[in-house]
Write a protein that binds this ligand. Structure first.
Ligand code: NAD
Ligand code: MG
Length: 339
């Protein structure tokens, strides 16, 4: 595995380019602002007319144009819109309009790896995928640091795709932390697996199941929330800082013993077998196909699941308890009005 740093890159390769960042959400705002602060003079944000993000980008003095206009002007088009709409964006606005030999870039490999987008052969196609939410990509950059990023090249029409991608990654802060070389396939499949099995799916299902088990057993929902939700952060921070052993060093011996004897009862061989099934659905493209069908139908079950989950008692109890801890909101990473 190759890791690159600022010293390996020629950031001038990106500074003189016209860079269009399509989308101004979690990743978009971080890329656009970091590029500009790194000295890339010609950065525009591309948004659809009437998009709620226009005001946020203009508030940062960024120029906002339509995706088609941006494509005609740009040497590098970074696509930071939701994955499920990228194929339509490419087909409607980018394919016909992008300059000969321009670069098409992504922060996630899904559309290219599963061939939802078939990029024009004259284009360079690369991926710079920050290993962190956009809000952290921005806040770490402002602190003078950066988050680690992945770099992958799918098409190298110019012969410079790698160096250009690396320059881009460094301009948004990746070279300060390390830019890891990978492929679209590896990034895409491991990313989907991680978010489904651990980060989003596994963790939230574990939390909700444990919370409901305590509440059903007659314990107060406030206690269940503190033990099964709130304290997750304390544990994750310890793991994040020094690995699992660091967390076990810090907790009591009773907690550590319970970890060894009960953890494998919860995550047993049947769970591992289903993890392999989830991985198989990802690798075979079944997951992506279903998600795209869901989108083609207007996301009915996605929206229903989102609504039902938001109505869960755990969210109401959480809102009440978090109000007792004002420091949480003061240090919030997400500010829906700005980014
Ligand atoms: P987001 O939902 O936060 O923001 C999407 C933005 O795109 C919004 O500004 C929206 O107005 C705009 N948009 C939607 N459709 C558009 C269109 N047709 N034309 C122009 N603008 C349009 O998205 P995000 O979470 O930043 O994800 C963007 C990409 O980054 C995805 O490929 C995602 O997989 C990847 N990524 C995200 C994260 C993350 O932290 N959220 C981390 C790594 C990679
Ligand atoms: Mg991810």
């Amino acid at each position: 595995m190759r890791v690159y740093y600022d010293r390996d890159a020629d950031v001038n390769m990106i500074k003189g380019k016209n860079v269009a960042v399509v989308g101004y959400g979690s990743q978009g705002h971080a890329h656009a602002l970091n590029l500009r602060d790194s000295g890339v003079k010609n950065v525009v944000v591309a948004l659809r007319e009437g998009s709620g993000s226009v005001e946020k980008a203009e508030a940062e003095q960024l120029k906002v144009v339509s995706p088609a206009e941006a494509a005609k002007w740009a040497d590098v088009v970074m696509v930071l819109t939701p994955d499920e709409g990228q194929a339509k964006l490419y087909n409607d606005d980018l394919r016909e309009n992008m300059k000969d030999g321009a670069a098409l870039a992504f922060a996630h490999g899904l559309n290219i790896h599963f061939r939802l987008i078939e990029p024009r052969p004259d284009l360079d196609v690369f991926m710079v995928a920050p290993k962190g939410p956009g809000h952290t990509v921005r806040s770490e950059y402002q602190r003078g640091a950066g988050v680690p990023m992945l770099l992958a090249i799918e098409q190298d029409a110019s012969g410079n795709a790698h160096d250009l991608g690396l320059a881009y990654a460094c301009a948004i802060g990746g070279g300060r932390a390390g830019v890891i070389g990978t492929s679209f396939r590896e990034e895409c499949e491991t990313d989907l697996f991680g978010e489904q099995v651990v980060l989003c799916g596994g963790l939230t299902s574990l939390i909700v199941a444990a919370y409901e088990t305590l509440v059903e057993a007659g314990y107060s929902s406030e206690m269940a929330y503190f033990e099964c939700v709130h304290e997750v952060k304390l544990i994750v921070d310890l793991i994040y800082e020094g690995g699992i052993a660091n967390m076990r060093y810090s907790v009591s011996n009773t907690a550590e013993y319970g970890d060894y004897v009960s953890g494998p009862r919860i995550i047993d061989d049947s769970v591992r077998a289903r993890m392999r099934e989830v991985l198989d659905d990802i690798q075979s493209g079944r997951f992506t196909k279903e998600w795209m069908l869901e989108n083609a139908a207007g996301q009915p079950s996605f929206k229903a699941m989102r609504r039902r989950a938001a109505e869960n008692d755990i969210e109401k109890v959480g809102a009440k308890l978090r109000a007792m801890m004002p420091w949480i909101a003061e240090n919030a990473l997400v500010d829906k009005s700005r980014n």
